[in-house]
Design a protein around this ligand. Structure first.
Ligand code: COA
Length: 508
């Protein structure tokens, strides 16, 4: 039964334990592992490596597609194995080590990592560890619930370890579409013009001689921890659905909107859930991670096709999807992340990009990554790949965080991931700001009137009006621009005593 999963019989001799396979990883190596948004990560070898490192310390530079599940980033961090980590993570322990300066974290646009490997701007992996459902007759690797950067890691690495995970349904085979761009300067366009185009192979084509070890595992992906929509996220969704309805009425979007991209996390998932109650149908997704909402929309007959690079589901829906893959087979494709996030394709398809901000400012600059400008949260992920190239680039967030001690709309963002030039629409539960075609002073009025929480609105108006008196294309009071953040750091809240003036609409 197990051997059926290795259809290249010449590779049967490569079966070994995770502990043996982990011995291929040596001190100072660069290691590329599968795994994207806690889906499809290699599980046994990194765990064995973490155990080994506790007794025999070594340091590696670890690159993945995105975040790892099953606490692997935590285990590797605690073991002391990580010197460098890229390009994305979501783990609390690793986050702490990054923010303490113990692990050097390279926060990267997710479409760029393998492009930089291809061009030798980054050190190529010595070893790749890739989770698979099977190895084909040719010795090619069939990935599991994510493709991420696995294909290029396996192609560029000197040695490849394959983890065949028996807990994944063999029916995953056939969902993947592995396309690898050619080298510059003779590169041709990526031949993808529709979300459901298949342009590559269903397995990762490598020379089987590079496979040095095969490990069998039987451990599931972690469940997604996405929470159900709450009143605020449902309101964000409502504002966005009304906006889409108006765009269609004005003939600026087709009746099915065009391909949707939705970011990670609770808010983006809730926004997509909001489409369930809308009249839209025949929707499509050209996105990165496919969360619960994708499958709820398919089941409701609203979404006809979803292209992504990983699937991560909560316990509520996980079995329902993976035990019935045939039902979704003609509606799904999983691609390498450089293709799911490719700027050329995002621009060609006219993607509607919906990503989540930690905070944004009155002029539309967005911080997705750094709390108070210094402490890394997760990373930019694919949000920049999509936002820069989208037909319409939307950022959503709740207007306040931490019981109101934080306003997510601030005078000036404390870190910039997406500049005002890449941001069209901002949405909080308070309302929606349409920034298209507006100059900075007009943008600020739109944002203050529609997005700022009432508890912070007057203070923001006051800031803006005083900044306008000083002048400038983008008016600011530099000595005060970060005063909300410093008040948070010093006093635990951005709030200050409200000025005793009656509310009025800003104009400048
Ligand atoms: N300052 C400090 N903390 C803030 C904050 C702010 N302005 N706004 C939100 N937070 C905190 C929340 O309180 C919450 O904290 P908790 O985990 O202690 O409860 C945490 O950030 C997550 O916020 P939540 O409201 O649950 O949103 P989310 O799950 O949708 O995540 C991001 C929001 C921004 C962290 C997440 O979307 C992200 O990492 N984005 C960047 C990467 C990206 O966009 N990838 C998608 C590309 S396809």
């Amino acid at each position: 039964m197990q051997l059926d999963r290795i259809r290249h019989s010449g590779l049967h001799s490569k079966i070994m334990s995770a502990e043996q396979a982990s011995e291929f990883i040596k001190d100072g190596m660069t290691v590329g592992m599968s795994g994207f948004t806690r889906a499809g990560e290699a599980k046994a070898v990194p765990k064995a490596l973490a155990e080994r490192v506790k007794k025999h310390p070594l340091k590696i530079s670890l690159m993945t597609g995105a975040s790892l599940g099953n606490d692997l980033d935590k285990l590797l961090t605690e073991s002391g194995a990580l010197s460098r980590r890229m390009p994305f993570q979501v783990d609390t322990t690793l986050r702490k080590a990054i923010n303490n300066g113990e692990v050097m974290f390279i926060d990267q646009h997710l479409s760029e990592t393998v492009e930089q490997l291809r061009n030798h701007q980054l050190t190529r992996p010595d070893v790749a560890v890739i989770e698979a459902v099977a190895i084909t007759e040719e010795g090619h690797i069939v990935p599991t619930t994510s493709v991420g950067n696995s294909a290029s890691f396996a192609i560029f690495a000197k040695q490849v370890i394959v983890e065949i995970n028996l807990s994944h349904q063999p029916e995953l085979e056939g969902l993947h579409d592995i396309y690898i761009p050619s080298y510059r300067p003779t590169r041709t366009p990526v031949p993808l013009t529709q979300v459901d185009d298949r342009i590559g192979s269903t397995a990762i084509p490598i020379d089987p001689a590079k496979i040095v070890g095969i490990v069998f595992t039987n451990q599931s992906d972690s469940f997604s921890t996405v929470t159900p929509p709450d009143e605020d996220t449902a309101n964000i969704a409502r504002h966005l659905v009304s906006f889409f309805e108006n765009e269609v009425a004005q003939e600026r979007m087709p009746a099915n909107l065009g391909p949707l991209q939705a970011g990670i996390g609770n808010i983006a998932n809730a926004v997509m859930m909001g489409l369930l109650e809308s009249d839209f149908k025949d929707l499509t997704m050209y996105s990165e991670v496919l969360q619960d909402s994708t499958f709820d929309l398919i089941d409701a007959g609203k979404l006809s096709f979803a292209s992504g690079c990983s699937i991560i589901l909560s316990e509520r829906i996980n079995a329902q999807v993976f035990d019935n893959l045939d039902k979704y087979r003609d509606k799904l494709i999983l691609r390498p992340q450089e293709i799911s996030n490719h700027p050329e394709i995002a621009r060609r398809l006219g993607i509607i990009a919906i990503n989540t901000a930690l905070e944004f400012d009155i002029y539309g600059n967005v911080n997705s990554t750094h709390v108070c400008g210094t402490r890394m949260m997760n990373g930019i992920g694919g949000s920049g790949d999509f936002a820069r190239n989208a037909h319409v680039s939307v950022f959503v967030t709740k207007s306040i965080a931490k019981n109101g001690d934080i306003s997510s709309v601030v005078p000036m963002v404390s870190h910039v991931d997406h500049t005002e030039h890449d941001v069209d629409i901002l949405v909080t539960e308070q309302g929606l700001a349409d920034l298209r075609g507006l100059a900075p002073r007009e943008r600020a009025i739109e944002v203050i009137n529609h997005c700022v929480h009432p508890e912070y609105r007057e203070a923001m108006r006051d800031y803006f009006e005083r900044a306008c008196l000083r002048g400038g294309h983008t008016p600011h009071l530099l000595e005060e621009a970060f005063s909300w953040h410093t008040r948070l750091e010093e006093q635990g809240s951005m709030k200050k005593v409200q000025p005793a003036v009656p509310p009025k609409l800003v104009s400048c």
